[in-house]
Design a protein around this ligand. Structure first.
Ligand code: TEU
Length: 562
């Protein structure tokens, strides 16, 4: 397997709106990020991925961009950006920015021109179709509820949007659109950025015929996925982007690829470097999904999770590179989802066990802001406390149609809403968790009095310190980066254990991902190995062990010389 800096690094995702507010308007900003770089350096991460800060009406918190080359005044100025980047580089870290080019905002000048007339030179920058039988061109339903098509009165045609109607889909089949995107990417590369996280990049090529989709369960709409995701020309476009932009710089690129399969990942993230460095798959996040998308109270089944992550570890080995994550700005907090946040002790231990389980695997790990503190899901007393367009639309659609009772839907939102990831970063036990001196745009979790960075950094046994250790170990041990992976005990319903192997050495990760004791037999080959890390201070690896709830550890051993 080829070596690369982006295989050896740990990435930290900053969602600027919720990270640190510098100017007191209740919304995080770029000077706020700059002010917290020492904290991130102390954590030890190598790369920052910054979610959108571009000019935007903000209807999807910046994933609806109206000017790709401007910083939204809410977040600061271009000068603030340059200063932030300078300070990141000064600390030896790198910056990856979000590239949102499957769609723009409907306020983008391209779309304004496109919708103004069928003759506009920008008409073909977007995807326009005639209606059928007085309705939309087909039955596709969007990710943010409702139809994928909106009728525009001015020209009497419908435009396509797989997300909100305020996020019209760019037409990648138009070579001028692609050149605009590549120009813009080069502009940011020349400014000094070190890579791109590419929003829903698996959606950019549509099957031109765009037929009706199969009825989605629990919905009036049809499924666009087979005609949009991993579409016919997506790899051609990415190879072109790679030739024209990516290959000219030394970048980390990661594609957000809903609907990714192992076979597809081997193309998006292939070792020959002709497309992207790596891709985000979603299968492990979908394990607790169901009839109405993700809206339920289901828990992820551990045996299924092990099987699935093992499929990705083995399936990409030597062919492509994995990204590893439990959390991002679209997912509920992992400690509330797969761990146990019912008491402080269990919260901390389960957060550590989950972290160890992920960070000893092959791939580039991503830490989402607050994950390193064991931050939990937010507190949302009523519907009025939610901000996320996906959540609010789903509530309206599912309760409005009578499919889900309002109180059930509220419970589902509390468990799964994207807003759980977006409550402000908890810096201190003080007012608004030290996030803002103003009125925060979304409620601060009241548990910041016990769960906060100030306390976590100070305390030697904290979740923060544990993440620090995991990151340091990855930097020190090549086997954690490049070693091959084998799952142990595939049918065990409590323990997630696996080995890694590299020439001359081996590693064992053992995680009791349950709140009950579990018997574990240490494999012979690891007897007398070195305990690298454990989430309890008295873990003693032995031939016959009884793992305590959420006990997790890693052992390293040199192979016996023949
Ligand atoms: O997310 C794409 C995506 O697939 C999600 O909308 C996903 O379906 C949902 O969050 C799961 O509940 C990206 C961004 O990460 C997200 O924040 C944006 O809203 C979306 O694209 C549109 O740009």
């Amino acid at each position: 397997m080829k070596k690369a800096w982006w295989k050896q690094c740990v990435v930290y995702q900053v969602y600027p709106r919720s990270f640190q507010d510098f100017n007191g308007d209740g919304v995080g900003d770029l000077p706020g990020v700059t002010a917290r770089l020492d904290y991130l350096q102390q954590l030890g991460v190598d790369v920052l991925w910054l979610s959108p800060f571009y000019q935007s009406p903000g209807r999807d918190n910046g994933y609806d961009i109206s000017d790709y080359r401007a910083v939204d005044p809410l977040f600061g100025t271009l000068a603030d950006f340059d200063e932030m980047l300078r300070q990141i580089h000064r600390r030896g870290m790198k910056l990856v920015i979000d590239l949102v080019v499957n769609h723009t905002s409907d306020q983008h000048p391209w779309f304004q021109a496109s919708r103004s007339s069928r003759e506009s030179p920008y008409r073909d920058y977007y995807i326009w179709r005639d209606g059928v039988d007085g309705g939309p061109p087909n039955n596709w339903g969007g990710n943010f509820s409702g139809s994928c098509w909106t009728l525009d009165e001015t020209t009497g045609q419908y435009y396509l949007h797989t997300f909100g109607p305020f996020q019209p889909e760019l037409n990648w089949a138009n070579p001028r659109v692609r050149q605009e995107v590549y120009d813009m990417m080069r502009w940011w590369c020349e400014r000094g950025v070190d890579g791109f996280r590419m929003d829903v990049i698996s959606y950019i090529s549509k099957t031109p015929e765009m037929p009706d989709g199969a009825k989605k369960p629990g919905s009036d709409y049809g499924d666009f996925a087979p005609y949009v995701i991993n579409g016919p020309r997506v790899h051609e476009y990415l190879r072109e982007m790679n030739r024209q932009v990516l290959s000219r710089y030394d970048l980390l690129t990661v594609g957000e690829c809903g609907g990714l399969t192992v076979e597809q990942a081997c193309r998006y993230a292939n070792e020959d470097g002709s497309e992207l460095s790596m891709a985000f798959q979603f299968e492990h996040m979908d394990l607790d999904g169901g009839e109405s998308f993700k809206w339920n109270l289901r828990r992820i089944d551990l045996i299924a999770l092990k099987k699935l992550l093992t499929k990705w570890q083995k399936g990409l080995e030597g062919k492509a590179w994995n990204s590893l994550y439990w959390c991002n700005h679209d997912q509920p907090r992992i400690v509330s989802r797969l761990g146990d946040d019912s008491t402080d002790a269990l919260r901390e231990r389960s957060a550590k066990a989950l972290a160890l389980c992920l960070h000893m695997m092959q791939g580039t790990p991503y830490v989402y802001q607050g994950e390193e503190l064991g931050m939990t899901n937010g507190r949302f007393d009523s519907l009025a406390d939610f901000r996320d367009v996906e959540s609010l639309n789903a509530y309206r659609e599912l309760t409005g149609s009578g499919r889900v009772a309002p109180e059930d839907m509220l419970a589902y939102l509390r468990y799964k809403s994207r807003d759980n990831a977006r409550t402000p970063m908890q810096w201190t036990a003080g007012p608004n968790a030290g996030f803002t001196s103003g009125e925060p745009w979304i409620g601060v979790n009241p548990n910041h009095r016990t769960v906060n960075a100030e306390d976590e950094v100070r305390r030697p046994d904290s979740v923060f310190r544990f993440y620090q250790d995991l990151i340091r170990l990855r930097h020190e041990h090549e086997i954690i980066v490049y070693g091959s992976y084998e799952l142990l005990l595939p049918e065990d319903p409590q323990i997630f254990a696996y080995t890694r192997a590299l020439e001359g050495e081996r590693l064992l990760a053992v995680c009791n991902l349950s709140g009950r004791e579990a018997a574990f037999r240490l494999p012979e080959a690891f007897a007398g190995g070195e305990l690298l890390l454990a989430d309890m201070d008295d873990t003693a690896p032995a031939q016959e062990m009884v793992l305590r709830p959420w006990e997790a550890f890693a052992i390293w051993k040199e192979n016996e010389k023949p």
